[in-house]
Design a protein around this ligand. Structure first.
Ligand code: HEC
Length: 119
């Protein structure tokens, strides 16, 4: 009985840690690196929408440092547009989907970075 409850406690702890990691809060510092690597060409590394490729896009990416604008975008919407791409949420298909290259935690980190830009 005792062994069973100890093993049970260990399994519970492992599951709890695994869930905790998967659902961890976004890390803006890590999100910044991802943003520079995967998003900056269009969005600009600081999210202003002034990346080298962004200028040629129509519509252009919006200024993600605009707090009044970005605060209206909730996490579900951001997770969807980043993961599934613009077309999936009725926006421009020029915004590519990143599910695959970016894991769930990467997307959380990138959202934390976007939120940190809009001050
Ligand atoms: C090939 C260019 C390109 C790349 C790369 C790109 N985006 Fe975009 N993104 C766009 C465009 C264009 C839009 C505007 C879509 C619209 O307004 O219809 C957009 C829109 C967005 C929006 C929605 C803002 C809004 O106005 O609703 C977010 C958030 C976003 N991108 C995040 C990202 C993130 C995070 C990455 C990197 C993981 C990324 N984008 C990479 C082109 C790009």
């Amino acid at each position: 009985m005792r062994i069973v409850s100890i093993v049970g406690a260990i399994i519970l702890t492992v599951v709890w840690i695994a869930v905790g990691v998967a659902a961890g809060p976004g890390d803006a510092a890590q999100g910044k690196e991802i943003f520079a690597k995967s998003c900056g060409t269009c969005h600009g590394n600081t999210g202003k929408g002034d990346g080298p490729a962004g200028a040629a896009l129509n519509p252009k990416p919006k200024d993600l440092t605009d707090k009044a604008y970005v605060s209206k975008l909730d996490d579900t919407y951001l997770t969807n547009i980043i993961g599934k791409g613009g077309a999936a949420v009725g926006k421009s298909a020029l915004m590519p989907p990143f599910n695959g290259p970016l894991k769930e935690q990467d997307i959380k980190n990138v959202i934390a970075y976007i939120r940190s830009l809009a001050k």
